[in-house]
Design a protein around this ligand. Structure first.
Ligand SMILES: Cc1cc2nc3c(=O)[nH]c(=O)nc-3n(C[C@H](O)[C@H](O)[C@H](O)COP(=O)(O)O)c2cc1C
Length: 181
């Protein structure tokens, strides 16, 4: 598939069929994430794959509540990948402090994009989730309290009737400038 076409078919999938995800497909997504670039090549991430149905269900229920319910669909996803932000190299920490840029957050975003694009290539649907109850999820998954969860990605197959949506994006004119702001 042409790269731009892959980008166009990658979309947030918010309904999942009951079909389970083949391990080789998941592993290629993880490999794509592993190969992502990062500041000073720190690779400040751990990808925690949650596929045990009982554990996955507990985590899924912690991505929404009665008031903020938009992530209720996560229950349907057979796999969740929890991206934990790890401590980057000293040079990245010093550089980040001086420049006031949180490089690891940028890094995990890139890794997540790699993951989701490879998933699209594999015919899988994903949704990046930035809304979840971090503390109880860390307890369930035995993630040390000092560590931070950056993102969760739901993974599975979209139902057959799930259509590729037209992208809703600002125009190039709105977001691109040349030579000066
Ligand atoms: C950092 C981040 C956090 C997100 N959190 C959520 C979320 O908690 N729930 C959700 O349904 N979608 C979430 N999304 C998906 C965005 O809403 C989605 O990417 C955006 O609307 C564009 O749609 P598309 O992914 O279908 O192209 C998140 C995306 C990003 C990049």
């Amino acid at each position: 598939m042409k790269f731009l076409d892959l980008i166009k078919i990658r979309q947030s999938v918010r309904r999942y069929s009951s079909e389970s995800v083949r391990k080789d497909k998941l592993e290629r997504c993880l490999e794509a994430a592993r190969l992502a670039p990062s500041a000073s090549n720190s690779q400040p991430w751990t990808f925690l794959v949650v596929e045990d149905p009982a554990i996955k269900d507990k985590v899924a229920h912690l991505t929404f509540d009665k008031i903020v319910s938009f992530n209720k669909f996560v229950i349907e996803a057979p796999v969740l990948v929890v991206i934990i932000i790890e401590k980057p190299k000293l040079i990245t920490r010093v550089g980040g402090f001086i420049k006031k840029i949180e490089y690891p957050k940028i890094d995990i975003g890139i890794a997540a994009a790699h993951f989701c694009l490879q998933a699209a290539e594999e015919g899988l649907g994903t949704c990046m989730l930035g809304w979840f109850s971090e503390k109880p999820i860390k307890q369930i998954l035995k993630i040390p309290p000092t560590k931070k969860i950056g993102l969760i990605i739901s993974v599975g197959y979209a139902p057959e009737d799930y259509r590729i949506r037209e992208k809703s994006r600002k125009s190039l004119d709105q977001v691109v400038r040349y030579n000066a702001y």
